[in-house]
Design a protein around this ligand. Sequence first.
Ligand SMILES: Nc1ncnc2c1ncn2[C@@H]1O[C@H](COP(=O)(O)OP(=O)(O)O)[C@@H](O)[C@H]1O
Ligand SMILES: *[C@@H]1O[C@H](CO)[C@@H](O)[C@H](O)[C@H]1NC(C)=O
Ligand SMILES: [Mg+2]
Length: 406
Amino acid sequence: MLVTRRLPGLLYNYRYTVYSSLLLLCTFVYFLFKWNVLCTNLQAWQHVKKMCQLYEDGFAIGSLCAPLCVTKDIHSLTCHSFQATKEAVFSAEWHNIRLVFKSVPKDFQSIHWFDNGVVKYPTEKEFLSTIRTIVKNKLNLTLSYETAVRLSRLKPSYEEKDRLKRQKEIDNLWFLLQDNEYLLSALFTDKDVFPQLLGTCGPYYVVEYLNKVPDISSLLTLSDNREDWGRRLKISIQILDLLDELETGFREPFHLCDIKLEHFGLVKGGNKLKFIDLDGVLPKSVINNFIKEIESCEKDDDCDFYDCRSKCNKKTKKCSNYVANNNLQIVCEKIFLGWRMSKSVIVPGLLMSQHTPSELAYILRQCANPENDQSKARTSPKDEVKKRLYNVLSEIEQTVNNDFFL
Ligand SMILES: Nc1ncnc2c1ncn2[C@@H]1O[C@H](COP(=O)(O)OP(=O)(O)O)[C@@H](O)[C@H]1O
Ligand SMILES: *[C@@H]1O[C@H](CO)[C@@H](O)[C@H](O)[C@H]1NC(C)=O
Ligand SMILES: [Mg+2]
């Protein structure tokens, strides 16, 4: 009673404190949104509005424009927070399929140009050779004629004959193809490691929705029963299988330079794991070139490309020509062992639990830091460690999960 009566007076007396706290709170919330720590479905709607505006103005085309803007079959928009680089990531529902929309950056020059006020486009032949150049530069891959043709169309097996529509298609494709994630999804449709590309609308593309790895939530609830342990083991083996496909399934190994548990996702049914965020997924030779091109270095950290690490030659102040660690090393360090500060584990990883046998813990440490580097590990685990890790995990997984089903 007393407090409610005195509240206005109190507020008045401390008005400057109240004003500044409110201001601070607002700034804090503003930055939570700005840095995409928080997001609202409103933001997703704004992107849809933008997409449909581009569609109505005739700039955006693609298989998903009409269901989104005309028949409105796509609904239940949900935003995804913790996005850092992409302008938009949100999911939606379409005939009981869950889709994820992502946007490509649009801040470079368009492919058409003007000659005395007349709009000009490259010929089909020139467009194909441009596509091959993009892929060569970005992925150090030489495309076959058929693949280049497939990438030069929004619908792989449909050739647009209408000249104006084709020009729009070229405009749209030009932006999409600059994006590493779109490029990988469009290129490797036959490999089952990246999310399936389901369609596009203007500078937005849509991929299949993948379910979160179940442990992400249980890490927070700290549940650590035997059933959970069995699940963690299964996911870990699926991660190792995925790394194996990335290592051997392509002309050269792909490196994952931005590894987080949120970047792994399960296909419906839960038996196939895929990698979600393809911005930092690059062939080894391309990463080597990135590192080679770093001007100069003082310390090893200067030679890192996110999780892809290299070493600094202190005498010449040049980074070494090669990426020194690999996917398995980062996965062991960041996913399996967990967040660490100097020598102690802060947030336990997927395989750190009360059930972890000491043999497994020992192998994991060897895998995460093969040469006992003082700061960050910059070495790839030996083949022997990889095999042992796989064998030990499979063995434990079988006993744990078989017990469970008996
Ligand atoms: N295909 C997908 N299925 C399910 N969730 C996804 C998918 N793509 C992205 N997400 C979610 O959205 C988040 C941000 O997407 P991401 O591609 O990593 O964007 P950014 O490049 O900005 O980090 C991911 O961490 C993931 O949680
Ligand atoms: C591209 O890949 C080939 C074959 O793997 C390799 O020999 C070549 O050095 C790479 N080129 C560049 C520029 O990295
Ligand atoms: Mg990401």
